[in-house]
Design a protein around this ligand. Structure first.
Ligand SMILES: [Zn+2]
Length: 270
């Protein structure tokens, strides 16, 4: 299982000197199993996966799972080169609580007048699959499970297991709903790696209560309680510089020593 981080920014992409080390692309992660490519979220980091696939002789089957459909998690879709290639198969999976079907949301982002090409006419064979609020699927040799988090319109956390190794991704989720908090803690139990929302500092949080994100301190406490092997902080606030993220990691290490911060092109398990 080869896990690569392609985008770790929440809200909007950023660029420039203060963001060079951790990167400015929005949420996107890939897991390659040998049988296929699983992508979690289609933020602007998705473009770099497409560029890498364009250099390969054959493109593996691609499954994209969405944590949810806020713009920062889908805005990379039109820039993904495999969508424009005949013979490529892409399955898109997600859960949406609201009445508006999520495939419609994706076709809006990737379609006229926002984009000159329609998703379903771009070239690749596209399939949409609705996920229930909680469940598990076998995909490309991996077991993919999911668990809902407290976030506006709900987001999903994902757990991927291959050959007894487990990694959990939770990009957007606020603490404070006892039943969801408890279920998520069990969901993380024993994972080798937990990639967890840490958008806010404890000082920021009171101004953003109800916005659906976690502080680094809550993420570190959760990692300790769940007994995971390693914590990687993600969903960096767009205003957070590399140096500020370094300081957050140093503080989080006092609660959970094996903590680092998600950076673009970081390879987690090879
Ligand atoms: Zn969101």
């Amino acid at each position: 299982m080869r896990v690569i981080i392609h985008g770790a920014r929440s809200g909007r992409p950023v660029s420039g000197a203060p963001y060079r080390r951790y990167g400015g692309s929005t949420s996107c992660f890939s897991v390659e199993t040998g049988q296929g490519l699983i992508i979690l979220d289609a933020g602007t980091g998705l473009a770099s996966i497409g560029e890498e696939l364009a250099r390969r002789a054959t493109v593996p089957p691609i499954a994209i799972f969405f944590t949810h459909f806020h713009l920062d998690h889908v805005m990379g879709l039109p820039a993904f080169q495999p969508f424009y290639q005949r013979g490529v198969e892409v399955t898109l999976r997600g859960y949406a609580e609201q009445a508006a079907p999520w495939p419609h949301t994706l076709k809006t982002v990737f379609g006229k007048p926002l984009w000159p090409v329609e998703l379903l006419e771009a070239g690749a064979a596209i399939r949409f699959e609705d996920l229930p609020r909680q469940g598990s699927l076998a995909v490309s040799g991996a077991t993919v499970s999911w668990c809902p988090l407290w976030h506006p319109q709900t987001s999903l956390s994902y757990r991927l297991e291959v050959a007894g190794r487990a990694i959990v991704l939770a990009t957007d989720g606020e603490h404070g709903q006892a039943d969801l908090d408890r279920a998520f803690l069990e969901f993380c139990r024993g994972a080798e790696v937990l990639i967890h929302d840490a958008q806010y500092t404890p000082d920021d949080y009171p101004r953003h209560r109800g916005w659906g994100h976690t502080t680094w301190e809550q993420a570190a406490r959760r990692a300790a309680q769940a007994g995971v092997g390693r914590l990687i902080l993600t969903s960096h606030d767009p205003s957070r510089s590399d140096d500020e993220i370094d300081r957050i990691v140093e503080q989080a290490k006092r609660i959970f020593p094996n903590t680092s911060a998600a950076a673009e092109q970081m390879v987690l398990a090879d």
